[in-house]
Design a protein around this ligand. Structure first.
Ligand code: CTP
Length: 242
């Protein structure tokens, strides 16, 4: 409308100014961001599961950073000890199959999807509903048959529409960039956040040194906090939105 003398500026503009004065932006206002985080638990029986040491920190930092920038955020989290970030829709899951179901319902509406979860690649083929007992169930406990889990990121990469941005992670001990390039292609991601895990780092750490690998090449980031890495990932993803 017309802003006469003594009129207040549009509240949105005031908020925008205040945030930019605080060094923050609302670049993701009106955008939907989907994040996966944490490990998955793949049941062997009623009391045992296969998993990995992922803590979910990176994914939770991503969800918080996207929220701060004004996005509508859905965080699909495996079993982790972290609290729900304020203002974020959190869907808690246990298994890869549950994560896939939650992601497939949120992905079609998302503008940016970041797959930070450490999904178990395999699950026991025949989990037992009861607790298996050593001795009596020696057979079942000493040889657990596994089957492949669906690749959630690859499924979304395949279903991706024009304008949707898909970001994957890769943890590698060898040939970091080559392996990340291969994942970029096979999963149809826009870029891969590649972690060098050769020196026993990353899982549970507060800091992370990563390389962004895209079809345009690679971009090496310094060792930074996971919060800073999360902001850098969103900055990079925003470039693909345009
Ligand atoms: N990912 C996924 N669903 C899976 C497996 C992985 O969404 N079932 C995603 C992860 O969230 C991550 C990326 O894919 O973004 C990691 O790729 P992945 O193939 O799991 O890497 P590795 O397990 O290291 O694979 P490889 O053994 O081929 O190196």
């Amino acid at each position: 409308g017309d802003v006469g003398r003594g009129r207040l500026a549009d509240p949105g503009a005031i908020v925008e100014r205040a945030l930019s004065a605080l060094g923050r932006t609302r670049d993701l206002e009106g955008r939907r961001v989907l994040v996966t985080a944490g490990p998955t638990h793949e049941p062997v029986d009623a009391v045992r599961f296969l998993s990995n040491p992922s803590t979910g920190k990176m994914g939770f930092e991503l969800a918080c950073a996207a929220r701060k920038q004004g996005a509508d955020v859905t965080l699909v989290a495996g079993p982790v000890a972290l609290e729900n970030p304020a203002g974020v829709e959190v869907v808690r899951v246990n298994t890869a199959l549950e994560m896939e179901r939650a992601v497939s319902s949120a992905f079609p509406q998302s503008d940016i999807a970041v797959f930070a979860a450490a999904v178990s690649d395999y699950r026991p083929a025949n989990p037992s509903a009861r607790k298996l007992k050593k001795g009596a169930d020696d057979e079942a406990l000493s040889r657990i048959d596994l089957v492949r889990n669906p690749d959630i990121l690859a499924g979304c990469g395949k279903a991706k529409r024009a304008g949707q941005v898909v970001v994957g992670f890769a943890a590698e001990t060898d040939d970091l960039v080559e392996n990340a390039q291969a994942k970029l292609a096979s999963k149809n991601a826009d870029f891969i956040v590649a972690n060098d895990v050769s020196r026993g780092r990353v899982f549970g750490a507060d800091e992370n040194e990563v390389v962004f690998v895209s079809r345009a090449g690679e971009k090496r980031l310094p060792l930074e906090s996971k919060r800073q890495v999360a902001e850098a990932i969103l900055d990079e993803a925003k470039k693909f939105l345009k």
